[in-house]
Structures are given as structure tokens and as C-alpha cells.
Design a protein around this ligand. Sequence first.
Ligand code: FES
Length: 158
Amino acid sequence: MIFDYGALDAIIDEAGCRSSAIIPILQGVQEKYNYLPSELFPYVAKKLKVSEARIYGVATFYENFSLEPKGKYIIKVCDGTACHVRKSIPILNKLRKLLDLSETRATTGDLGFTVETVSCLGACGLAPVITVNDKVYPAMTPEKAETLLQELQTCLAE
Ligand code: FES
């Protein structure tokens, strides 16, 4: 991937070229790339006249920021208590098996999919719940997850 410094400049201009804008700048970059490419740290540090360590500190403090590339579709399987007792783990296992992923390998090689767990999505009444790029899918089963995955794979191929 070739890093687009022009796009980063536009994000910095919009957020404001000042140290208080670190979070919106990181949010803008993550929205564009789905993660925070390493190229941004020295560049933003120089522009904002702050240390790289400070930006890195913000990036690692908030769990919504990722330093690893993620897939186009980010699937979050809730494993909070309500979802766990309603069998979220078989859904997770099914998705991982179909995508050849594991606990240590969360993203497919083609960057199509990332499968993660979360502790509670705040929709316990709809358990077990998964989200795909923040869209909520309630009352999931391994079978429904497989069908959904097939639909997403079709979208990815188009
Ligand atoms: S435990 Fe899954 S939504 Fe709350």
C-alpha cells in the first residue's frame, strides 16, 4: 500500500493542525485505512510539533484504534455474559473456521475480513449479537452467520 500523504494533509487541515487535534486526526486516518499505518506517526508529529511518542500513546490508549491492518468487513462477535450463555462461541468458531482465522490471526490475508470478540455491545436483549462494520445482527446462530458471511463474500467479489 502506498501511503497517501495528501489525504493525511486533508485530514489534518480539517481537524486542525494543533496538538489538541490528535484524536480527530487519528479517527480520520483510521476511517480511511481501517487502521493506523505507521507512516502517519512521524509525519503528524512533525506537523503538530509534538513527539511521536505522544501520538503513539494516544493511539494505543484507546482500544478503538488499531495499529494492525484490518479487513474491509470487521465482524465483532459479542461474548459478554448474555451473548455467551446464548451460545456466542459456536458463532465465533464457525466464522473463524470458514475464514481460516484463529485467536492469534484475526484478519484474512486479502484484508477482506477481521473477526474479533467484544465484551458487550449493549444490546443484550437481542443476544447473541454480532456486528459487521457497526451494523447490528441480532439473535445469531452459526448457520445465520454462515449465510451472512456468504453474502458479504459476494459483495467483496463484486
Ligand atoms: S452481552 Fe452481548 S450485547 Fe450485551
